[in-house]
Write a protein that binds this ligand. Structure first.
Ligand SMILES: [Zn+2]
Length: 226
């Protein structure tokens, strides 16, 4: 009886205590408020051009600026992992509308985070984005496809050559793929795509084990696309 009562009170209270929008603290619906969601949609690339013409192809949802920049920062640094859900769904929708969606049998692998760093943050945002991406696309997720074995410090202040050097041999094929290799190609998933150095290192690491990367999907980029 007591248990039922407390469950009832909890359910009743949660009806009135809907979490506010993590970006502006106004009532959310169900997470981002309509205003922040509209501002986020403004960062989206047109469907004609969500792809960076690189090999393998890179699909990106939107520009790293405005509310997008803030959403990623709040997710990573203000302990708001639930933001990965709408962002990952957005990315999945764009993927499914792109020519890349024709490929079958792919496995999604998030760009790994150094374990110590991940334990400190409590989550790897790329893994959470990949999880919601997979929920919508139906691709299997292998969170342990890659592992970060070296703690590379923030790369954003380094030159391209320094990035390459810092990233060299920073990853290894993870326990998931050591157990069983994917039958087809892999989709690498990351939050922000800047120079692509991290993804190139991931591609190199996987190719050493004969695993091919079919494409890259990221939420945002600093590069101009359209
Ligand atoms: Zn808001």
């Amino acid at each position: 009886m007591m248990g039922n009562w407390s469950a009832m009170v909890k359910g009743w209270v949660s009806l009135f205590l809907k979490p506010n929008c993590p970006l502006c603290d106004r009532p959310g619906k169900p997470l981002l408020c309509p205003n922040c969601d509209r501002l986020l949609q403004r960062q989206k690339f047109s469907l004609r051009q969500p792809l960076l013409k690189e090999t393998p192809p890179v699909l990106i949802w939107g520009r790293y600026g405005g509310v997008m920049k803030r959403a990623i920062a709040v997710m990573k640094y203000q302990n708001c992992p639930e933001l990965a859900r709408p962002l990952g769904y957005n990315l999945a929708e764009t993927w499914l509308q792109s020519p890349l969606a024709k490929a079958q049998g792919l496995t999604v692998v998030p760009i790994p985070m150094y374990l110590g760093k991940q334990q400190k943050r409590g989550f790897n945002q790329a893994e959470l984005l990949a999880k919601s991406f997979c929920e919508l696309t139906g691709y299997p997720l292998e969170p342990r496809g890659l592992e970060r074995v070296v703690d590379t410090e923030a790369l954003n202040k380094l030159s391209p050559a320094e990035r390459r050097q810092t990233l060299a041999n920073s990853m290894t094929v993870g326990a998931g793929f050591r157990r069983s290799k994917p039958k087809q190609g892999v989709i690498l998933l990351d939050d922000i795509y800047t120079t692509g150095a991290t993804c190139r290192e991931a591609i190199k690491t996987l190719s050493q084990e004969g695993i091919a990367v079919y494409g890259i999907a990221a939420i945002a980029t600093t590069q101009p696309l359209d």
